[in-house]
Design a protein around this ligand. Structure first.
Ligand code: HEC
Ligand code: HEC
Ligand code: HEC
Ligand code: HEC
Length: 444
């Protein structure tokens, strides 16, 4: 039995007990009077760990501090409901556990009303999820995720009340996880099961229909969300997942509207509900710099970066000796014989790549440092204290050249060329990369 399985087995009983005790749907009352006369549902999801804006090319879109600032701005003009549809991180290791915890704190700081559970959140493992929920005020929702004995592990739905133009309004937010998504992601084990979403929804339908606005977070693809909307016409709004990076055009099935705000935390959706059954307006807003930055969220991001340092995650990156068997010398060691090349390099962005990260507070972040220094994955490459290997040095492209630098004669481990660039200039981080144009800017 794997250690994780044993952990789950050991934790399963107390875990479900703990969560079932608090299973009566919470009712959140946050009276905010408004003259706008409309209740706005503000939604995003599939943040996938993008606490900061995505990518390395300006203009960068996204970032939790901008999401927070936009929500604050919207709140100033009237009541709203704030929802995240789940998949906080890709759940690929310790850094993502810290990220999930950080994101949950950020949602608390934004006074988020509900977070749906995605298949990637389940991949964090039930013990980690239970700890996360215990520390977080924002409820995690999943009406059809149960433990092996059929006890629910998360709240099926929450009822949220707001005062709109002096009138009390209530909304019910429920979430289900697509069984096929959970299966294809391979996270279903004997320790918990994903039930039929329809049955789960039928069970909570009477309670949800007592509110003015039943909302469903369907954590699954559009086609499945459409079928769910057909089978449950009493639901007024479905937020689905896995619709791609960019927001999808709104879709209507009967009187139900289906929406998806995209992924990687780049956009926020706002649906305004007035008197009609359908929203009077739906907007998807890119998280651009103009929204400003939420100081509370920035503080939590700084604390996150400090945790990466405290847990020494950069130092834990696996390293292997460079296949050439050569050692790194640092760019300074090349200067005496290659003054021309050195001067070109010194005035390029490569020579300050680590300063760029430092300015972002990301200079100890294992997700950033590999492309902004020399030889991080090699035994003799960049590490704390080896400042001569900070930045993208000569040997990032030419390979470790200590032997050559010592004699001026030894052959270099590799000839550099377009392939060398593409190790770092990947589409996500350098969307405009084109070899000829880029090389001409650093030709030496
Ligand atoms: C002691 C002098 C000396 C030092 C120090 C030195 N080189 Fe060289 N390098 C040479 C000589 C000599 C040649 C061969 C002459 C030529 O063809 O330009 C050369 C050639 C090269 C070439 C082109 C040849 C090829 O195989 O592609 C590269 C690239 C290169 N050096 C990189 C470096 C780097 C990187 C460093 C620092 C780590 C470095 N050199 C340090 C003397 C030096
Ligand atoms: C080890 C990773 C790495 C490799 C390999 C690499 N680069 Fe870069 N490159 C970067 C980073 C990081 C930056 C941004 C540095 C900054 O702005 O702080 C950058 C920036 C640049 C820029 C400046 C872009 C601008 O906006 O001014 C050019 C040009 C460039 N690289 C060309 C190349 C070419 C050509 C190659 C291959 C021959 C190459 N790079 C290989 C990491 C790399
Ligand atoms: C896969 C390699 C890679 C990773 C990982 C990476 N970067 Fe970069 N970064 C680059 C490259 C390449 C550029 C230059 C892009 C260009 O100009 O085309 C760059 C440029 C930048 C810039 C300069 C943007 C500008 O236009 O001024 C910043 C800031 C930056 N990166 C921050 C980060 C942060 C923060 C992280 C971690 C979250 C990170 N990078 C992770 C490769 C990477
Ligand atoms: C971003 C990648 C990159 C960096 C950084 C870089 N080079 Fe190069 N260098 C190349 C490429 C690509 C070529 C052309 C292909 C080749 O000849 O290998 C080249 C060519 C050379 C040559 C051969 C020039 C000739 O006339 O044949 C030398 C010498 C050299 N580089 C030295 C250096 C030194 C020294 C540094 C650091 C001060 C450096 N390079 C930094 C990518 C890089």
């Amino acid at each position: 039995m794997s250690p994780l399985l044993r952990w789950l087995l050991a934790a399963a009983a107390p875990l479900s007990l703990l969560l079932v005790l608090s299973m009566a749907p919470a009712i959140v009352t946050r009276a905010v009077s408004s003259s706008a006369g409309e209740l706005r549902i503000v939604y995003a999801g599939e943040t996938l760990g993008y606490i900061s804006p995505c990518g390395c090319s300006k203009p960068m879109i996204g970032g939790m501090d901008r999401r927070g600032a936009l929500v604050q701005r919207l709140r100033r003009s009237g009541p709203l409901l704030l929802i995240d549809t789940g998949d906080l991180t890709p759940a690929s290791g310790r850094q993502d556990e810290i990220k999930a915890d950080t994101l949950a704190r950020m949602f608390d700081a934004m006074a988020c009303d509900a977070i749906g559970i995605g298949e990637k959140d389940l991949a964090l493992g039930l013990p980690a999820l239970a700890q996360l929920q215990a520390r977080t005020r924002t409820p995690f929702l999943a009406a059809n995720v149960r433990d092996a004995s059929g006890n629910p592990l998360f709240l099926p739905y929450v009822v949220v009340r707001r005062t709109v133009q002096g009138k009390a309004q209530s909304a019910a937010i429920a979430a289900v996880l697509s069984p096929s998504e959970a299966r294809s992601a391979g996270f279903v084990s004997d320790e918990f099961r994903i039930d039929d979403p329809d049955r789960a929804l039928d069970a909570i339908k009477p309670a949800m229909m007592k509110t003015n606005l039943p909302i469903l977070l369907y954590h699954g693809p559009r086609d499945e969300a459409v079928s769910a909307a057909r089978r449950h016409p009493w639901i007024r709004m479905v937020l689905y997942a896995h619709g791609g990076d960019a927001p999808a055009p709104p879709l209507r099935i009967g009187t139900t509207v289906l929406l998806c705000a995209g992924s990687k935390g780049k956009y926020v959706g706002v649906a305004s509900f007035g008197k009609g059954r359908s929203p009077s307006a739906v907007r998807h807003m890119p998280l651009e710099e103009r929204w400003g930055s939420d100081g509370r969220i920035r503080k939590l991001r700084t604390a996150y970066q400090q945790r990466l340092i405290d847990e020494r995650l950069l130092e834990a990156i696996p390293r292997t000796p460079h296949p050439s068997g050569q050692e790194y010398a640092g760019s300074q060691a090349c200067r005496s014989c290659h003054a021309g090349a050195y001067d070109v390099w010194r005035s390029s962005r490569h020579a300050v790549a680590m300063d760029t990260l430092r300015a972002e507070g990301a200079d100890r972040d294992p997700e950033c440092v590999p492309c902004h220094v020399t030889g991080l994955q090699s035994t003799g490459g960049y590490a704390e204290g080896r400042n001569h290997l900070a930045h993208v040095g000569c040997e990032s492209c030419h390979g470790p050249a200590a032997g050559h630098a010592a004699t001026g004669g030894d052959p270099l481990p590799a000839r550099s060329g377009p392939e060398a660039c593409r190790a770092c200039h990947v589409p996500d981080h350098s969307p405009k990369f084109q070899y000829d144009a880029y090389w001409s800017r650093i030709r030496h």
